[in-house]
Design a protein around this ligand. Sequence first.
Ligand code: PEP
Ligand code: MG
Length: 316
Amino acid sequence: ARAARLDAPLTPGALSDGTPVPLLANLGSADAATAALAAGAEGVGLFRTEFLFLEAATAPTVAEQQAEYTRLLQAFNGKKVVVRVLDAGADKPLAFLDAGDHEDNPALGLRGIRALRAHEQILRDQLSALAAADAETDADLWVMAPMVATVEEAEYFTSLAHEAGIRVAGVMVEVPSAALLADRILPTTDFASIGTNDLTQYTLAADRLLGSVAALQSPWNPAVLRLIAEVGQAGRALGKPVGICGEAAADPLLAVVLVGLGATTLSMSPAAIADVRASLLRFDAEQAAALAAVALAANSPAQSHDAARAFAAAIR
Ligand code: PEP
Ligand code: MG
């Protein structure tokens, strides 16, 4: 079955009733573009810019950044590319975006949009470099901020990005407060993208880097699914796109649950795209919603996963 799937034409992601679910790639460098396209990526749903600058002792210049972003956008000519501005701090430390104060809990510290706000020129330079790269290429560039926790942060980033010439500016939803207030945050911005890695970490209060609490780090947890449902409902009500870019989107059955909860696109490591595409084709929109309801109704990640598997087996 695997060989047959690899030989099959790379059709766009969709449910069995034709509902499109674009399948996008999570990337950390423009060099990974060729492999992502070969794997069937319809664009990029999360470009992690911090990996370009992990070794840098000083902030990269606008020209240096523009060259990298241009290379990325050229590789995805005519396709959607969602770039995340620098997510420094916690698991992604950057020397030139240091928190300053010693932090006992860096995951709860000055990271993501908080660190960029404290060094606003770095954010302004990155947005200028992205806008300049967009102007010289033909990809559909969207730009989003990591670790947004409040309505005010969403407003701040969206207006700064628009002023810098970014046409489509959105926020990541990876802090529970942002999911809970999705109906207030989405009106202030162009789109949301749910980062299930951090959303799970913060919902369960379980450090994503710590093996001793790894058992708590399941995106099948109904508490995490309920937060995702909040965002999906707000997105549908307001007509705003809601993507998923955490690892959860790479799980073929969970991917269908996420679509049932209201996700409009899924972004994942390119290697996962073929299996997720095949899984989506087994369900129509009504079945995906019913599957999501079954997963949400469980008491634990294991029960949620088991119930979803049983439901999927029964409708096949
Ligand atoms: C996430 O948190 O789910 C996410 C996609 O971002 P990162 O893994 O880079 O923190
Ligand atoms: Mg994250």
